[in-house]
Design a protein around this ligand. Structure first.
Ligand code: B12
Ligand code: SF4
Length: 468
């Protein structure tokens, strides 16, 4: 069969077709685990035009909740043209019933065995509507199909070495989406890290681990990093703050070429951290931890969330200064979003605080989809935007760049300069995150989709026909 895999996307900033510099691994991984007798193409909606007249036998769409509307729109268009359209990913995993209104079939959970099973059934003309994926053992996973990535992604070598995370933060789906903590064989990961068929030196040099929490199992990460030293790469990952208490690991990270670590710091409030169930973070240790990592020349990227029950406007906006004080190189600032499958969603739903009139466009990490406790929805949105603007003001961004120039290793400095420069440029051009309540075009689209969906279901029914 000819299969088109599409990673749906909706721009999250005011204007311009915003895209990420680093691609998702999902599409090229799915392509790699597709049985070899199929022909696969991968499209990333953020950079690729999606061919409406595709001659593919099967359209497979992956998406996060915040990109569900464009994904449903694509599915509706393709189904109108008679295509078989299926889906998978975090949103579908928790909202399978809803998704089945738009797709012929869905895969929930992990796809390593469910996807080939779905394809085999489709070839036989016996495709079911739901395939429940089980956690994969991560053994013998192939190298992602890097050859299918469009050139418009600045960095290309994205890798996953582990899956899962032992923590249980209240806003995160990882513990239920990817249960347990599973490892790939070190040799497989090193093989992928050594993949060098890219045109530009930085695409060969930079390895970005898209793991949930790479450093959890210490013997594994030590072995992996020792094996990576001879590759002479620059690499980045997500990790927990406890790495800062392990000088031997930090030295090994440095020796193996680590240039950036993303820490989920989330908040500077003790009670907000409790709201987040972020037991592993200690506010009094933030500075020391960041210092220990930066001492190795490694840049610290960190995520902060606005909108926990104990947050108010002041505590949100003052994070701009607090994150400067503790020495963060690149901040990522989001609004608490009650994703399905998270403990925080269950709590807010029980308390009647989910805003039912907010469609999936509001679930992009930059908008408010629930009723905050201490402040109004508008106050939360405005406080987040004030935090964003202050954090990426040219003055703050320049301070971080200069600090990086003085203290970080070369690759880490380049990355920090690039990201801070990029966000400061956005800030100067007033290209801030979209306030979805003002985007009537996108919200009308969401309403129109429901009508179109009904028409397609009426015309096509839910019956699934063989693809070939
Ligand atoms: C790497 C990552 C990122 C990266 C890359 C983003 C990207 N577009 O891929 C970065 C750091 C940029 C990122 C950003 C964001 N992320 Co993120 N991210 C992850 C993370 C840690 C790993 C995802 C991954 O690559 N896994 C490895 C690949 C191989 O697996 P996979 O994508 O899960 O796909 C598997 C299955 O789901 C299935 N599958 C997936 N799609 C399809 C499609 C079909 C047809 C089939 C058959 C199967 C299938 O098959 C795959 C193999 O098993 C997950 C956590 C997690 N464990 O999922 C969060 C996660 C996906 N992110 C999340 C969020 C919310 C975001 C942000 C909105 C955060 C923010 N506040 O800004 C942004 C969105 C930015 C963007 N432009 O996309 C949420 C999504 C929740 C939801 N319901 O939508 C997650 C689940 C974390 C969480 N908070 O719970 N993220
Ligand atoms: S530490 Fe990170 S990946 Fe793990 S549960 Fe918390 S937010 Fe999710």
């Amino acid at each position: 069969m000819k299969i088109d895999i599409i990673i749906a996307y909706l721009q999250r900033y005011e204007f311009g077709h915003e895209r990420d510099f680093v691609p998702p691994i999902t599409g090229i991984h799915l392509a790699a685990i597709t049985p070899a007798h199929h022909t696969v193409r991968v499209f990333h909606q953020q950079v690729d035009p999606i061919p409406p007249d595709s001659d593919a036998d099967l359209i497979a769409i992956s998406f996060f909740s915040g990109f569900a509307i464009p994904a449903y729109q694509l599915a509706t268009e393709f189904r109108k043209r008679g295509k078989v359209v299926v889906a998978g990913g975090p949103h579908v995993t928790y909202c399978a019933d809803e998704a089945l209104g738009y797709f012929d079939a869905v895969v929930t959970g992990e796809a390593e065995s469910a996807w080939p099973a779905m394809l085999a059934d489709l070839e036989k003309g016996e495709m079911k509507t739901i395939y429940k994926g089980t956690p994969c053992d991560m053994q013998s996973l192939p190298t992602p199909r890097y050859d299918l990535l469009p050139n418009r992604f600045f960095i290309k070598k994205v890798i996953q070495a582990t899956r899962g995370c032992p923590f249980s933060c209240s806003f995160c789906t990882v513990p239920s989406l990817n249960p347990g903590f599973r490892l790939r064989p070190v040799a497989d990961v090193v093989r992928d890290a050594a993949y060098d068929h890219f045109p530009w030196w930085w695409q060969r040099k930079i390895v970005w681990f898209w793991d949930d929490n790479l450093t959890i199992r210490r013997p594994f990460i030590r072995e992996l990093l020792r094996e990576m030293i001879p590759l002479k790469k620059w690499w980045l990952t997500q990790a927990s703050m406890d790495i800062a208490k392990d000088p031997e690991l930090l030295d090994l990270m440095k020796a193996s070429g680590c240039i950036g670590v993303f820490l989920g710091i989330e908040s500077f409030g003790v009670e907000s951290l409790a709201d987040a169930n972020k037991r592993q973070n200690r506010i009094e240790q933030y500075s020391v931890a960041v210092k220990a990592i930066r001492k190795r020349g490694i840049a610290v990227m960190a995520g902060f969330i606005a909108g926990f029950d104990h947050d108010d406007e002041k505590s949100i906006v003052q994070m701009a200064d607090q994150l400067m004080e503790i020495g963060i190189d690149v901040p990522f600032l989001s609004i608490m979003t009650p994703f399905r499958g998270t403990p925080i969603y269950s709590t807010l739903q029980q308390e009647g605080r989910i805003l039912e009139n907010r469609n999936w466009n509001f679930y992009n990490g930059y908008n408010v989809a629930f009723i905050p406790k201490k402040i109004s929805e508008a106050q939360l949105l405005n406080a987040h935007r004030a935090l964003w603007k202050k954090s990426f003001s040219p003055w703050y961004a320049c301070r971080r760049i200069v600090r990086g120039a003085l203290t970080l290793r070369w690759g880490a400095f380049l990355m920090s300069m690039f990201m801070n420069g990029f966000y400061a440029y956005k800030r100067v051009r007033k290209n801030s995150p979209i306030d979805m309540s003002k985007r009537t075009d996108l919200n009308q689209l969401a309403e129109q989709l429901e009508m179109q969906r009904r028409e397609v279901v009426q015309a096509r029914g839910r019956a699934i026909r063989p693809a070939v």
